[in-house]
Design a protein around this ligand. Sequence first.
Ligand code: DC
Length: 227
Amino acid sequence: MKKIIVAIDGFSSCGKSTMAKKLAQETGYIYVDTGAMYRAVSLFCIRNNWMTDTNIDQESIKKNIESIHLEFKQNNIGKTEIFLNGENVENEIRTLEVANGASRISTLGFVRRELVRQQQLMGIEKGIVMDGRDIGTVVFPEAELKIFLTASPEIRAKRRYDELKVQGTNIKFEDVFENVKERDERDQNRVESPLRKADDAIIIDNSSLSPEDQQTLLMNLFVQKTA
Ligand code: DC
């Protein structure tokens, strides 16, 4: 069976990573969550006070971008976790504050160029499932299988809200809904690599699709592309 690159793009909180992770597990492919990379850079900037609610200190970020070392490692139950300069930050990057920062930091061209460079290196031998916003358009325009995943903003906010509740976060649904809409707006309208469907991507709207049906659909596409 030939090895391919699977690129999964789409809006925030539409289940890209769940879908990508499962496919990687079933096929023995490497899974890369590029959102986690932008989130880790966001965390690094917040910690260094280079990003506040009102300001981004681009000069400091630019000067230090090469000292941000990102790595993915599997934990003892096979879950991939992200390390920022040797520190496991997988849980810390999942807050709304870091997500908002990631959405802002990801508009900076020099940040994108550095992360795209690292992502392209990860895919050099193929056999990779990568999810994000620009994977099928910028990182791997030659990917053999491209998926554009989508669902309505209300449904995505509800899924995110339920997840945060389970994690014990005290938050209002309206705030999560606003956050989803704000990030959609920013992701689609930024100048650098805005979120858009690649011409040859297959759209999957999972608003009313069960996780099982979605996975079967994806697996069938994978089998077709690797035959
Ligand atoms: O998928 P996520 O919610 O973890 O992504 C966090 C932010 O990073 C999101 O606002 C969009 C941005 N992002 C991006 O611009 N390009 C990517 N390839 C992945 C994420």
